[in-house]
Design a protein around this ligand. Sequence first.
Ligand SMILES: Nc1nc2c(ncn2[C@@H]2O[C@H](COP(=O)(O)OP(=O)(O)OP(=O)(O)O)[C@@H](O)[C@H]2O)c(=O)[nH]1
Length: 235
Amino acid sequence: MSSIDRVRIMILGDSGVGKTSFVSLAAHNESIKSPSWTIGCSVEVKLHEYKEGTKDQRTFFVEFWDVGGSNNHRNTRQVFYNPCHGVILVHDLTNRKSEENLQKWLTELLDHENNGESNLSSVSCDGEDLDAENLLGGNNVIPMLVIGTKLDQVDDKRSNITNKSFRCRYNTEEILLDCRQSRYLAAGTSNAVKLSRFYDKVIENSLLDRRKSERFGTLAVSPIFSSKFYSTHQD
Ligand SMILES: Nc1nc2c(ncn2[C@@H]2O[C@H](COP(=O)(O)OP(=O)(O)OP(=O)(O)O)[C@@H](O)[C@H]2O)c(=O)[nH]1
């Protein structure tokens, strides 16, 4: 039986915003009543059909790397940031600070890139001048999705909260939800479609990453991809 290839999505955001709760919904379509505080990182996996319904359909493992948001672990959690094929940024709709802090989470990820620690460093080999907006935004080199949680706790007055400025800056999609209700990500909903498209983009990014690594001969190849996959993949 051939192996199934994998992509890694980092789940980033302040402590308590609902990252673990969201991952449970996204990976298993199950809500969890009392998630425990994440120390270090926990990983959940789901199967995803890339380009479903087309001749290029292929099954991938999508890994959700749920990184504990506590400031105490700021210096140690960067070990999880490589490889990174996509980013999901989570904020709590009842806590504006958590939305403002999304920028800090991007900066932390990119600082890691700038230290040359990541597979994303292969992107700059193309001679492009990539800043945060380039790397994570308009060019969609690294696909990014924003999740706003605790929609159930948003009263009417605040229901028009959307992190528009952040999303406009990075040209990214957003999903608002109550992580305790599985119906928000149920199959066939617009949110499920958004997620599925996002996973496809993440997979495409991982393929691009691989091709760039091969082209420039860097050692930045994600170790999680099997050689079989790349030898059979056609551009
Ligand atoms: N009402 C409501 N509560 C939520 C929602 N999402 C998460 N919670 C609650 O918020 C608390 C924190 O959720 P977690 O999923 O552990 O948050 P986290 O971001 O993983 O936190 P760390 O592990 O500290 O990084 C828990 O009590 C959840 O039940 C939501 O959409 N609505």
